[in-house]
Each structure stands twice: as structure tokens, then as C-alpha cells.
Design a protein around this ligand. Structure first.
Ligand SMILES: *Cc1c(COP(=O)(O)O)cnc(C)c1O
Length: 387
């Protein structure tokens, strides 16, 4: 079968998700009916402001925090930038702390921001090693925190390998030492616990397009009293943390999307896991020279990721696309790049093997039939590429 006979099968839900139709319906009136600027005094402005504050309190309810701790941004990347850069600069101003800790399996939005803070602004950057599953060990973090550590940022669930970190434990260590802790929860938001008091975090990033909301809108939770300077300066929107006229339709859509994925999480996760486990078991059994990357059990319920011996990952993606399967090598931001993924290298996977990576991430609407068609096709494709 190929794409002339059937539609392409989408297996890349970690890259992005389709917007839920209920979310689209919620957004539509805010484009041209209730289109006001929430900063305006008049009726239109008030209407927009009400929508904005309703969305804020809805999200605050889900995160179990106060409304004023919810900051709207333009995406998960911006939330990560504001968290890391905003805290690093403010803490250094307050007490000269100059040391930043991030893990070696962060998304580019964290690692590149951290590297810029190091290269352009004189911060000392420490990158935490991970174990072979991509997990950050609490003892490792404990040993690296210093009196002059300004911020620690550790990813909640990894986009490339699906591994989930014990954020509440890692954050607790920081809390006890008086060090600010941020987590990138962009990939975790759809599936995992987001209660900020359980997680012990000071800051937490989310991006709507990973949880069936629109692209181009995100959230940063900032616990009250956390030292942060704005990185986008201008008007006083978002309690002074983020200037710019609010994107009301997207913010309203994000709140709706987050509330949809926040109900019946356990049940939905079980359904995803059931299908996902078939992918993992089938691939490891039927494809010689295949290895699972990331944690075997403590991973996102929709996430399967592998490396294959003697396979070029980019060729594999192209071949899969021709046959009508939309998958990824790991990070959407890296596709097309010939260098092996830094995340896979951090797990100790040899560079040669890391180049043969494949990530399959399923969604709420993925069917058994789609999985069957995919698992039927994959071994032949791999065999052909190895010739
Ligand atoms: C997608 C993603 C981001 C970036 O979010 P955008 O909204 O696309 O900017 C950051 N971190 C992780 C873990 C992601 O999966």
C-alpha cells in the first residue's frame, strides 16, 4: 500500500497534534466577534479581558495554582526562554549567583538558551549527565548544586526518548537548598500530573500544540515571589512578565484544550499504552538489530523510540513517508540534520547507531488498524534499506 491508495498515517504526535474540533469552535468567536484588546477600557476590551481571565483561571485550576501565577506566552520555546533567562538574570542581580544547571537531555529551547547565557553573558553552565535510559539521578543533582546556583532546569518527559523524570523529587532537592527549579513540561502536559504543588516546581512550561490546542501559544507557570525579569519588554501585560497584545483566540483555545486533556487522563493513557506496547514488542521481536531508546516502562504512554543497526535514519523517514507513514527521527527541530542526536549520545549510544533512530508517537485517534498496517510494513522497509 502507498499513499495513492490510502491517506498517510500520522505517527508523529510528539511533533505536534491536530487541534481538537471543540477547541476550534471555542476559538472562532474571538477572531471577529469578541475581537477586542483586553487592555482597552471599553466594552470590547472588557469582553476580551473576561475571556483572558477565564482562560487564566481555568488553567490555574488545572495546575492547582493561583491565576496570577499563570503567564501566557507565544509557545513552549518562549516559556523556556523566559524561565531560564528571566530567572538567571534576576537572581544574579540579587545575589551574584552565576551558576546554571540543565540536563544533557533538554529540548533545544533550553540547551541553546543555556549556552547563550554561558557564551554571551558569562554564566557558568553545568550539564548534568543521565543514565542509559535518559533519567536524571537525584544524587547527581544533589552533588552539583552550589551556593551560587541560580537555577536548575530539568525536562519532565523527553520528546525524543519519552523518558519521564521524577520532577517532584528533583525539585524538592532544589527547594531544600533554596535554588529555583524549572521544568519543561511541554511534552508531559497531555499525559502526566501537572499539579504544581505536588511537583514542587517554581516554574513550569507548556505549549498548546502538543495537547491538541493551537500552535503559537504557551504557558509559563511562575510561582509567586520567584525572581524573574521579562525578556519581552514593552507594555505591562501579563503582570509585567511578558509584553505584547494577548492572542485571545489562541489563549482561549489553549485553556479549552488543556481542560479536555486533563479529564480522564488515566483511562486515555491506558488506551495509548496498550497500542504503544504492541509497537515496542513487535519491533523488538521482528526486527533484528533494533533497540528501544529511553526508559522501557517509565516513559510517555504514546511514545516508542528505537535505533536500528545499519540504517540511515533520514533514509528511513523518507522511505516511510513514501509508503504513507509520518514518523520522526526524534526531534522535529533536527530532521534533515546529518549529525547524531545529542540526546541519544548522552545515553551512551554510539554515534553510528544513533544515526539510525526512529520515533513513533501515537495520538488519541490512532487506531489498531493503523498500528497493524505500520507494523506490517516496517520490517520490509528496514530490510530493504540495509541492502
Ligand atoms: C515541542 C517542545 C518544545 C517547544 O515548544 P513550541 O511550542 O513548539 O515552541 C519545548 N520542549 C519540549 C519538550 C517540546 O516537546
Amino acid at each position: 500500500m502507498n499513499k495513492h491508495y490510502r491517506e498517510c498515517i500520522y505517527l508523529d504526535f510528539a511533533a505536534t497534534t491536530p487541534v481538537d474540533p471543540q477547541v476550534v469552535d471555542t476559538m472562532l468567536p474571538y477572531f471577529n466577534k469578541s475581537f477586542g484588546n483586553p487592555s482597552s477600557v471599553h466594552y470590547y476590551g472588557q469582553q476580551a479581558e473576561n475571556a483572558l481571565e477565564d482562560a487564566r483561571s481555568q488553567i490555574a485550576g488545572i495546575l492547582e495554582c493561583e491565576s496570577k501565577e499563570i503567564i501566557f506566552t507565544s509557545c513552549g520555546s518562549e516559556s523556556n526562554n523566559l524561565a531560564l533567562r528571566g530567572v538567571a538574570f534576576k537572581v544574579r542581580e540579587q545575589n551574584k549567583s552565576n551558576h546554571i544547571i540543565v540536563s544533557s537531555v533538554e529540548h533545544h529551547a533550553i540547551i541553546q538558551t543555556a549556552k547563550q547565557l554561558q557564551a554571551q553573558h558569562g554564566f557558568e553552565l553545568e550539564i548534568l549527565p543521565v543514565d542509559k535510559f535518559g533519567t536524571i539521578n537525584t544524587a547527581t543533582l544533589q552533588a552539583r548544586i552550589r551556593p551560587d546556583t541560580a537555577i536548575v532546569s530539568i525536562i519532565y518527559a523527553n520528546n525524543e526518548i519519552g523518558t519521564i523524570n521524577s520532577i517532584s523529587e528533583l525539585a524538592k532537592i532544589c527547594q531544600e537548598r533554596g535554588v529555583i527549579f524549572h521544568t519543561d513540561a511541554v511534552q508531559a502536559g497531555t499525559y502526566l500530573d501537572l499539579h504544581t504543588s505536588f511537583l514542587n516546581v517554581d516554574l513550569l512550561s507548556l505549549g498548546a500544540h502538543k495537547f491538541y490546542g493551537p500552535k503559537g501559544v504557551g504557558v509559563l507557570f511562575i510561582r509567586s515571589g520567584t525572581p524573574v525579569i521579562p525578556i519581552l519588554t514593552g507594555g505591562g501585560q501579563e503582570f509585567g512578565f511578558r509584553a505584547g497584545t494577548h492572542n485571545i483566540p489562541y489563549i482561549v483555545g489553549m485553556a479549552k484544550a488543556l481542560s479536555l486533556v486533563s479529564s480522564d487522563k488515566t483511562e486515555r493513557n491506558l488506551k495509548l499504552e496498550y497500542l504503544r506496547n504492541q509497537i515496542i514488542e513487535n519491533v523488538l521481536t521482528n526486527i533484528p538489530g533494533s533497540y528501544l531508546t529511553g526508559h522501557p516502562t517509565n516513559r510517555l504512554p504514546n511514545h516508542a523510540s528505537f535505533v536500528f543497526e545499519n540504517v540511515n535514519g533520514n533514509e528511513l523517514l523518507t522511505m516511510l513517508d513514501i509508503q504513507g507513514f509520518a514518523c520522526s527521527s526524534g526531534s522535529a527541530c533536527k530532521t534533515g540534520s546529518p549529525t547524531p542526536s545529542e540526546v541519544l549520545l548522552a545515553l551512551g549510544i554510539p554515534a553510528e547507531l544513533a544515526l539510525g533512530s526512529l520515533r513513533i508517537t501515537i495520538g488519541f485517534n490512532t487506531t489498531q488498524q493503523e498500528i497493524d498496517i505500520f507494523l506490517d510494513a516496517l520490517p520490509t522497509i528496514i530490510k530493504r534499506l540495509r541492502k
